[in-house]
Write a new protein. Structure first.
Lengths: 157, 370
């Protein structure tokens, strides 16, 4: 892959990759690192992609795998799980931001891919390497969890 | 989409510009390429190993010994209705269990293996604690189940999304069912793929289980359908070589196995620490012994790892592959390679230093490792 092609893909998909990583890792710095690693893999892989959408899906898939690897690492587990560098003026307790941050990575990633990116259940299953049943269940649980957190806090839907 | 959620996701943007990002990616790629050229595949032996890896998380300290607390390893796992507790799983993620009858549950005991071979063990139980055998469909079903069919393990192929059904048959060695002492169903399965199983979703389903009695009559047994979904990620192997030593004492004792130079013990590297969960033994011998033997699926084979202080570590769950032979320069040289996947007998992760393993005992025959 040429640098120009890489640059084009970065322009197209970097933000998506970053958002996926952030949904998993809840941390800007880690999300940035993982984003870089995902594009390094794109740049250095020899895979031929059918079209641009394939590249996007591949990037998301790689990003998810990288995030999971990081989450599994003992080094990562030894760190604090609370994000410290969220560029918001204030994190409203039980606000949307706080609640999604508190969701497990699997749930928040599902919600992001389904509602924000607009992927179908089947596509999400392929991206995440899980069954469609698992996707549906995680979406359902994620929504239920969010609802529970929001209703239990100061923020009203 | 709800505006507030949309606003939230819209707000998640990278802090740096694209040109700076591109520059970092290119530098990382270059560094990676330079690093590849320097890699020494002969990694030094690092102390502490774990017999079974949970989720690829490393052992905490280089010289750690004793039991390891599992609770912290299960943060990213969820199951349908049960807790994993202290069950042992290895190199898996996204474990999802769905069962059609809420009175039942599946306890995942272990999943271990290398890139193309996977072995798993789990137990079908009832949530109320009563034996599964008390609730089998047929009230006169024999206590000794001999065969259960219609189980299939599905592997999703990354490139084409085709599902490759692994449909084991009785006595193929691919699957083994039994009733354990608690009256529950133990299931051991094996998956052998022609491609790497790295991060490929694996789905195991149960349906229409039945058993066959001594007279050949079949009984529908288990009315429950179940689905286990997980992603398997084998950890990379560290390169460690130990040679098996021939002695007059051991070379004639076992007519299936004779040792020569070339035995290797392959620990698995987990996040910087060594976890030993597979061993590859290569043995060669020359003599008149020409018959081929197969050590496939020798679950009854008694194997122990022996430490230099004489302590034996019993192997509990294990599988082995077969033996082959070849001719070299007119001399029959029999090669045997077997892979051993194992857990310790007490089903806990006991860290031990692999450098301390000085011998292996197979069916009572001791082979020194150097």
């Amino acid at each position: 892959m040429s640098e120009q092609e890489l640059n084009e893909y970065i322009t197209l998909y970097r933000t998506t990759v970053f958002k996926v990583a952030f949904n998993y890792l809840k941390n800007y710095e880690d999300a940035e690192d993982i984003s870089q690693d995902a594009f390094v893999k794109l740049y250095t892989c020899e895979k031929q992609f059918a079209d641009s959408e394939n590249v996007k899906a591949w990037l998301i898939r790689v990003t998810i795998n990288l995030c999971k690897n990081l989450l599994r690492s003992s080094w990562h587990k030894a760190r604090s799980e609370l994000p410290q560098d969220i560029p918001f003026n204030a994190i409203e307790e039980n606000g949307i931001h706080d609640c999604i941050q508190r969701l497990s990575p699997d749930y928040s990633a599902m919600i992001y891919l389904f509602y924000y990116e607009g992927y179908s259940i089947k596509d999400i299953a392929k991206l995440c390497g899980i069954s469609s049943v698992a996707v549906r269940t995680r979406l359902s649980r994620g929504r239920a969890k969010l609802k529970e957190m929001l209703e239990g806090g100061k923020h009203n839907e | 989409m709800n505006k507030e959620y949309k606003d939230y996701f819209n707000s998640i943007v990278p802090a740096t510009g694209d040109s700076e990002f591109l520059d970092r990616v290119l530098r990382k790629a270059e560094a990676m390429e330079n690093n590849k050229k320097r890699i020494n595949f002969k990694k030094p032996l690092i102390a502490a190993c774990a017999a079974v890896v949970a989720l690829g998380v490393g052992v905490s300290a280089a010289a750690a010994t004793g039991l390891i607390d599992f609770d912290k390893f299960f943060n990213n796992i969820f199951t349908a209705d049960n807790e994993m507790g202290s069950t042992l799983v290895a190199n898996v993620d996204d474990i999802y269990i769905e069962i059609s009858d809420n009175d039942y549950d599946l306890n995942l005991n272990a999943i271990i293996g290398d890139g193309k071979n996977m072995f798993g063990s789990f137990e079908i139980v009832r949530k109320d604690g009563t034996p599964v055998t008390d609730h089998l469909m047929n009230s006169v079903a024999p206590t000794g189940m001999r065969a259960v069919e219609e189980w299939c393990g599905l592997l999703a192929n990354n490139s084409s999304d085709k599902l490759n059904k692994v449909r084991p048959t009785l006595d193929s060695g691919k699957i083994h069912y039994s009733i354990n002492d608690a009256g529950n169903i133990d299931v051991h399965f094996e998956v052998e793929a022609v491609y790497e199983l790295n991060e490929i979703p694996v789905v195991v389903t149960f349906q229409n289980l039945y058993c066959i009695d001594e007279n050949g009559s079949t009984y529908p047994v288990f009315p429950v359908d179940a689905w286990i979904d997980f992603t398997y990620t084998p950890t990379p192997n560290a390169q460690v070589t130990k040679n098996v030593v021939i002695t007059e004492n051991n070379k004639n004792k076992l007519n299936l196995l004779k040792a020569s130079d070339g035995g290797t013990l392959h620990p698995e590297l987990i996040d910087g620490s060594i976890g030993c969960m597979s061993a590859i033994f290569n043995v060669q011998y020359t003599d008149a012994f020409a018959a081929k033997r197969t050590l496939s699926h020798r679950e009854d084979c008694d194997i122990k790892l022996i430490k230099s202080d004489g302590t034996e570590i019993a192997i509990n769950f294990k599988q082995m592959t077969a033996m082959s032979s070849k001719e070299t320069n007119g001399t029959i040289v029999n090669d045997m390679t077997f892979k051993l996947f194992f857990m310790t007998e007490d089903n806990v992760r006991t860290a031990f230093d692999i450098t301390e393993i000085s011998a292996i005992s197979i069916d009572g025959i001791v082979f020194d490792l150097v």
